[in-house]
Design a binder for this molecule. Structure first.
Ligand code: ADP
Ligand code: MG
Length: 347
């Protein structure tokens, strides 16, 4: 597999009146060609800040990359000027945001909005760009594309708008498509359709996808690999099977345990108590320890390194230390893991 993107020790902070908010605190991951990586974690864990850094879109001057590298095809994007990033955005790496309305111009016809990037990045003339815009609308499943191209965003439903945003993001054949909670604003049926659409487009275009969500449940069907994020760090990473059938981090157990299942009405949910730490003063030791009923003494003193579980699977928890007590996931979590084992693999 060829590496498209390699993020190394990325740290992102914000200067605020109260001090430095350490939103992302040393994140490492890589993305291969044609692969879908899901980044999952509670709200506030640093998912959007990470993607903003990738796109060179941190709010300035408060937000800044404190350290680390973002290697896109071997070239570091950290420190690139706005002008240089503008050439990469849309063309090489493009993004679909949570709220489609905020990324569409309400006063501009849909067709023209898709044509803009094609004219700017692909040197197309208007006739070529129009033809391609119609093809894209068709690709994302919008019926009667010639008529729809002449309409304005308010004439589209929420799901159809999100399809338009995906069409714009795909216009210049980006190698990486970042989707930051692209479906949370949509109802469940439409969510499923949009996710299916993204998968089918990926098959056709061979683009890599970074799929950001707070909902572990949607990930099983769309991702190849999953990175679990907590308090500005990746605490576990692995293939979908690693994460759902053999999770090692108690935070991942919590995410799995709090997913609703069809037959879980009577049994207790293994939820995560408390709330994430204050990133103005990140805790010493393991940031998850105060919420972790399996925390060890060392968690309060020293941060756990990433322990290797297998070639594809790593987790940052002292429970994986050879001297740690052997602790199994709680029953309610195991039940859900088995639930996935039953329903999984029916593609
Ligand atoms: P997620 O996308 O995982 O829900 P974010 O990446 O948006 O979380 O936020 C991570 C952390 O960064 C949060 O603690 C948030 O308060 C902080 N943060 C995000 N944007 C800013 C900002 N503009 N100024 C200060 N702190 C910020
Ligand atoms: Mg977010």
């Amino acid at each position: 597999m060829s590496k498209l993107l390699e993020v190394k020790d990325l740290a992102v902070s914000f200067n605020t009146y109260n001090g430095e908010v350490q939103a992302v605190r040393g994140v490492n991951f890589e993305l291969n060609k044609g692969e879908t990586l899901a980044i999952v974690g509670e709200s506030g864990s640093g998912k959007s800040v990470t993607t903003s850094a990738l796109m060179g879109l941190l709010p300035k001057p408060a937000g800044f990359v404190k350290s680390g590298q973002i290697l896109y095809q071997g070239e570091d994007l950290v420190g690139k000027s706005n002008k240089e990033m503008a050439k990469i955005r849309g063309k090489e790496i493009s993004m679909v945001f949570q709220d489609p309305m905020s990324s569409l111009n309400p006063t501009m016809k849909i067709g023209n909005q898709i044509m803009e990037g094609l004219i700017k990045h692909q040197n197309m003339n208007r006739t070529e760009a129009y033809k391609k815009a119609i093809e894209l609308l068709d690709l994302v499943g919008i019926p009667n594309p010639e008529i729809r191209a002449k309409q304005f965003p308010h004439q589209f439903s929420g799901g159809m708008r999100q399809r338009v945003v995906i069409a714009i993001a795909l216009a210049c054949n980006p190698k990486i498509l970042i989707a930051d909670e692209p479906t949370t604003a949509l109802d469940v049926t439409i969510q499923a359709q949009i996710l299916e659409l993204m998968k089918s487009i990926q098959k056709e275009t061979d683009s890599a996808i970074i799929f950001i969500t707070h909902d572990l449940g949607v990930v099983a069907n769309v991702a190849d690999r999953v990175a679990v994020m907590y308090a500005g760090k990746i605490v576990e990473v692995g293939t979908v099977d690693d994460i759902f059938y053999n999770p090692k981090h108690p935070y991942t157990w919590g995410l799995i345990g709090s997913m609703p299942t069809l037959d879980s009405s009577e049994d207790e949910l293994f939820t995560i108590p408390g709330s994430p730490p204050d990133l103005l003063n990140p805790p010493k030791g393991d940031a998850f320890a105060p919420r972790n009923k399996f925390a060890l003494e060392i968690d309060g003193v020293m941060e756990p390194p990433m322990f290797k579980v297998s070639d594809t699977h790593y987790a940052a928890t002292w429970l994986l230390h050879p001297d740690a007590p052997k602790i199994e996931p709680p029953e309610s979590v195991k039940k859900r893991m088995h639930g996935f084992a039953k329903t999984g693999g029916d593609e």
